[in-house]
Design a binder for this molecule. Structure first.
Ligand code: XCC
Length: 634
């Protein structure tokens, strides 16, 4: 088979059809029509008297067997989604914190401290004295204090919450009783209060959901910051994205999931095994590529190219040139095992909590991480020998990207212009209107929307209107794949004044081209980086977060984690655009609270709009309103 141009996804979807392989899009078609009760959130499976469903048209039952009405059922279902998202993100952070603890105790065989300067800065932020302590003692104490955020009994708010948001925001959250003291108990609280016959008040449930979502935010702060200590704080890096990064003559290994604990080690061991791969006939050696947020983690820190974001993960195997997919946790389609079995591709699971029938399980622990990573790479080299050349179809499409925009790297760059007040150049350009505002794109792909379409079309309109974009997760993947994260994109899509700012910053960065118009800040847990930047701006201006002309957007929202992120973003005061209605349509009350009532309580709220151009217009309107309220209308 030859190469196909442009339609990189479509040609592989056609290939799947020729080979009778079902992909996510086919399974979606087969699932239609989707369950209307489920979509509206009015199906209750919380006890075994039912399942109950409320008739949304008012003709049938309006109460479940226990008497719970649509408002209670919808609110309970929604907050359980938030709890699942929070559990996922924060357990990721806990793993990282436990690893840092082992490093601090000098019992780790596989990990070390890569960014000691950041570790010291974190200790300072956490009020941990570093006087007379060596780096290991500091690491141990930082890890210990971070782990306390998962287990504190005392009532004071989590350390990683109170040290990372603006003082007025903390006060507001404390006043509402949502400045949580313990991430894990906030998840347990949701499970407990949503048990049959406990909390039936939708507003009380939603408030608990907000507290839990703030726990999601807290866990993200821990994940991002402690990962930077262990693996390095991202600096701008040039790489490539899209399926074209898979090389025909290489042993291709995809790392997929979320937690960098495994992928970092895989990247480390590859160097020593290049020769072995060449000896097996792979003239281009070993090529690691990324998928989803594990992909974002290794892209930002190691420059590893990104093959795919969420929805097209199966297509990486369809290329027929992927020797192995190594997965850790979250967003991994169980279908990968079946598709891999149609090819020579090995699927390796690595975490005790994430096994997939049909995959090979190499469990990753600190004591065996390097050894198991070597075994995985070795088996991938073996798999290369079993490739079927007739099955290979690698789309040529790939885009050049500049990634690696951590809060620190942005601040360092700005400090070249103003070393005393590094944020000033950014603030000045926002105040004078060269940059009208900032939109943080986060969240997933959803099969209900043509993959990446809404991200791309919204971004182009926002850029044209001189709005700077930050991106994480699969949103960042969408922009990376679609050539929106390079200097050319600035020249092509940014409005004149935004282009001028990015050109000036590009010069400061030593490029003879502008910075990209969309800053890749990392994986989903790295949404905390965007918050850090916004908090620094707000503190510098002595205002609260909600006053900034900043909006968050998840146009292709899908996972429970995305619901948790959207909820805390609103809780921190941001208007949050989502491209699809979460399953709350069955309760006009809950829908109204989320899209409007919330604004009176926490300043942030949800804007639901599927059409990307309409969504961009609404966001531009909100940004202009915020500018007017700040009196910066120029
Ligand atoms: Fe998953 Fe993070 Fe969503 Fe992508 S963006 S589909 S959650 S990989 Ni987080």
């Amino acid at each position: 088979m030859g190469n196909c141009h442009n339609l990189s996804n479509q040609c592989l979807i056609n290939k799947a059809e020729d080979e009778n392989i079902d992909l996510v899009w086919h399974r979606y078609e087969k699932m239609l029509p989707l369950c209307g009760f489920g979509e509206k959130g009015i199906c209750c499976r919380i006890c075994m008297k039912g399942p109950c469903r409320i008739d949304p048209f008012g003709n049938g039952p309006q109460e479940g067997i226990c008497g719970a009405n649509a408002d209670t059922i919808v609110a309970r279902n929604l907050v359980r989604m938030i709890a699942a998202g929070t559990a996922a993100h924060s357990s990721h952070g806990k793993e990282i914190a436990k690893t840092l603890m082992q490093v601090g105790k000098k019992t780790s065989k596989s990990y070390a401290i890569k960014d000691s300067e950041k570790l010291r800065a974190i200790a300072k932020k956490m009020n941990i004295s570093i006087e007379g302590k060596d780096i290991y003692q500091i690491a141990e104490q930082v890890a210990y204090e971070s782990l306390k955020d998962y287990s504190r009994i005392e009532e004071e708010p989590c350390t990683w919450l109170s040290n990372s948001i603006t003082p007025p925001r903390l006060e507001k959250l404390e006043g509402l009783g949502v400045a949580l003291n313990n991430i894990e108990s906030s998840v347990a609280d949701i499970m407990s209060r949503t048990h049959l016959g406990t909390d039936a008040d939708p507003i009380n449930l939603l408030l608990a959901g907000m507290r839990c979502a703030i726990g999601d935010y807290t866990g993200m702060q821990i994940s991002t910051n402690l990962s930077d200590v262990l693996f390095g704080t991202p600096e701008p890096v040039i790489s490539e994205a899209n399926l074209g990064v898979i090389k025909k003559d290489a042993v291709n290994i995809a790392v997929h999931g979320h937690n960098p604990l495994l992928s970092e080690i895989i990247v480390d061991v590859v160097d020593e095994m290049q020769q072995e791969a060449r000896a097996a006939g792979a003239t281009a050696g070993i090529n690691i590529v990324g998928v989803c947020c594990t992909g974002n983690e290794v892209l930002l820190r190691r420059g590893i190219p990104m093959a795919s974001n969420y929805l097209s993960q199966e297509l990486t195997i369809l290329t027929g040139a992927l020797e192995a997919m190594v997965v850790d946790v979250q967003c991994i389609m169980p279908s990968l095992a079946k598709i891999a079995s149609c090819y020579h591709t090995k699927l390796f699971t690595t975490m005790p909590e994430a096994k997939i029938p049909g995959a090979d399980h190499f469990e990753l622990h600190d004591e065996n991480a390097v050894e198991n990573a070597r075994k995985i790479v070795k088996q991938s080299i073996e798999a290369y020998k079993r490739r079927d050349p007739n099955k290979i179809l690698i789309p040529e499409e790939k885009s050049q990207i500049i990634a690696g925009f951590s809060t620190e790297s942005i601040t360092n760059l700005l400090s070249k212009i103003d070393s005393e007040k590094p944020l000033r150049p950014l603030i000045d350009n926002i105040v004078n209107g060269n940059i009208r505002g900032v939109v943080l794109f986060a969240g997933c792909n959803n099969v209900k929307i043509t993959q990446d379409y809404n991200f791309v079309h919204m971004a182009k309109k926002l850029l044209e209107n001189n709005i700077l974009i930050l991106a994480t997760g699969c949103g960042a993947g969408a922009f990376a794949k679609n050539s929106l994260m390079n200097s050319e994109a600035t020249n092509k899509y940014a409005g004149e004044s935004l282009k001028a700012v990015l050109t000036m910053l590009g010069k400061e960065a030593g490029l003879d081209a502008p910075l990209p118009p969309i800053f890749h800040m990392g994986s989903c847990v790295d949404n905390s980086r965007a918050v850090d930047l916004a908090v620094n701006l707000a503190n510098e201006l002595n205002i609260d977060l909600y006053q900034l002309p900043v909006v968050a957007s998840a146009p292709e929202v899908m996972s429970e984690k995305a619901i948790a992120i959207g909820t805390w973003a609103a809780g921190l005061g941001m208007p949050v655009h989502i491209g699809l209605m979460p399953p709350v349509g069955g309760s006009p009350l809950v829908a109204e609270v989320l899209t409007s009532g919330l604004k009176d309580i926490v300043d942030g709220y949800f804007i639901v709009e599927k059409d990307p151009l309409e969504a961009a217009s609404k966001i531009i309107h909100v940004i202009e309103e915020k500018r007017a309220a700040l009196n910066v209308t120029s």
